[in-house]
Ligand binder design. Structure first.
Ligand SMILES: CC(C)(COP(=O)(O)OP(=O)(O)OC[C@H]1O[C@@H](n2cnc3c(N)ncnc32)[C@H](O)[C@@H]1OP(=O)(O)O)[C@@H](O)C(=O)NCCC(=O)NCCS
Length: 428
């Protein structure tokens, strides 16, 4: 088989479990105007969203139109008046605003119609008056006029449309209960809508300025630290909005707005393309089962080859699987550890490993904690281990270097002098 075919098959294998995982889920996708400006990127994005839709994912698409509006105003010799870095929408600007939003929306609808050719089922997109707006009002003496803020989301109407198989499109235009038209910030709208409909994911195409310094995954406590440490007002404002949304939406994905394919990479590969903010536990430690043996072998065999871990046969692993715990992320084993009880209140910690891609995130620490908890429950009060490469890590985690004769006799008899491992013990 040719290399490209092999790569294709491998990526299909990797992505297939995500297809099942995402089916029936609701995603809110925020796309800023920059991402929709170019014909080719808009075409690619609509095809990808169409693909997600036909996989059974319910999609609310929230579109911005910042650069398109700038260009249209310039062509009409108009400019935004700004206050507190927010645009003031005057009655003179309103017709250009309405025309431009309609144009961008038409372009998107046209692209979705075209994308239907690449899909087995038609892709239908709909929009409506689901967002109730209210005036932003007069702030510090400046009247924001037709710049509004979100008052209420008619989440039932959105859900009904999603359940009827429509992609729901939201634009910056929303109306008040008095029928007045307002210009709403679409990123804030995406966050509010995702919260109101309790979306499974909020996916945000964003800028480098807003994501600079963020790691690939961020728990809520770490997001708070990033917010506190951020030096830029723009990033602070962005992260504060994300933080308030994270209380309602379990997973928020931040993707580069210049990378339209990021959405598929984010959803169908293990490590995604951008930053994932999660409020649920992104991984779990659990008791290993016999079906996990293959995954454990994949994880530990490189370490066995480097002689960091002692070689274990598949048969031995199968027999001893009840001694193992694993760390699982998206149904993929990224860490493991084993506990073997011995006489005299001793327990042996063995085969502690975290996949190289995930080291340094305190996952090793989490596995050790889990082993210690099990040990305590099984009346073990001294944990020991033999290691050739990692004794410093264990010392930093409360172990001390000991002598062979301090170990249970049965273990002393099995000691491999050629390997010359260090003996470490921790009272628990
Ligand atoms: C040891 C191991 C499980 C730690 O997992 P982890 O999830 O990276 O651990 P943590 O995030 O809790 O700790 C990371 C810290 O340990 C340090 N560390 C990693 N391996 C180390 C080693 N062999 N010796 C000393 N320190 C080490 C890292 O440099 C990092 O330090 P830092 O926080 O100052 O940057 C992981 O490195 C591993 O799988 N190693 C290979 C297998 C192995 O040696 N197992 C033990 C044999 S029983």
């Amino acid at each position: 088989m040719q290399q490209p075919e092999l790569e294709f098959i491998n990526s299909l294998r990797q992505s297939s479990r995500y297809i099942e995982q995402h089916r029936g889920k609701t995603f809110v996708i925020y796309v800023p105007g920059e991402t929709l400006q170019r014909d080719d990127t808009r075409k690619q994005l609509t095809e990808d969203i169409g693909l997600l839709h036909n996989m059974g994912i319910k999609i609310v698409l929230v579109m911005g139109a910042g650069p398109q509006l700038e260009a249209a105003l310039e062509a009409n010799q108009l400019t935004w008046q700004m206050h507190l870095q927010i645009r003031v929408t005057t009655p003179e600007i309103l017709p250009v605003f309405q025309q431009t939003i309609a144009l961008v929306r038409n372009q998107l609808e046209a692209n979705f119609s075209k994308a239907t050719c690449t899909q087995s089922k038609p892709i239908t997109i709909t929009s409506g008056n689901w967002i109730i707006a209210q005036p932003k009002g007069v702030v510090e003496g400046v009247d924001f006029q037709h710049t509004g803020k979100l008052r209420k989301v008619n989440h039932r109407a959105i859900s009904d449309n999603l359940n009827a198989g429509q992609i729901c499109l939201l634009t910056p235009i929303a109306y008040s209960l008095t029928g007045e038209l307002f210009n709403l910030n679409t990123f804030e709208q995406a966050c509010e809508v995702a919260s109101a409909i309790q979306a499974d994911k909020l996916m945000v195409f964003t800028s480098e300025e807003e994501t600079v310094g963020l790691p690939k995954q961020l728990s809520i406590p770490k997001l708070k630290v990033a917010l506190e440490n951020s030096q830029s007002i723009e990033q602070k404002r962005f992260l504060a909005q994300i933080l308030s949304t994270s209380g309602h939406v379990k997973r928020i994905h931040l993707m580069d707005k210049h990378e339209t394919s990021a959405i598929l990479v984010e959803l169908f590969t293990r490590d995604g393309s951008g930053t994932l903010i999660f409020s649920d536990r992104y991984h779990q430690v659990r008791q290993a089962k016999i079906e996990d043996v293959g995954g454990i072998i994949d994880l530990i065999s490189p370490l066995e080859e480097q002689a960091v871990l002692v070689k274990r046969s598949r048969e031995r692993l199968e027999l001893e699987i009840e001694n193992f715990i694993i760390l699982e992320r998206d149904q993929h084993i990224i860490g493991c550890a084993a506990l073997y009880p011995h006489d005299g209140g001793f327990g042996e910690l063995a085969c502690l490993a975290v996949h190289a891609d995930y080291q340094g995130q305190e996952l090793g620490h989490e596995l050790l904690d889990a082993i210690e908890t099990t040990a305590v429950h099984t009346h073990i009060n001294k944990l020991f281990l033999l290691t050739t490469h990692t004794h410093h890590w264990f010392i930093e985690h409360g172990f001390h270097v000991s002598q062979l004769n301090e170990l249970p006799e049965a273990k002393q008899a099995m000691y491999n002098f050629q390997r010359n491992s260090k003996v470490l013990i921790k009272a628990i």
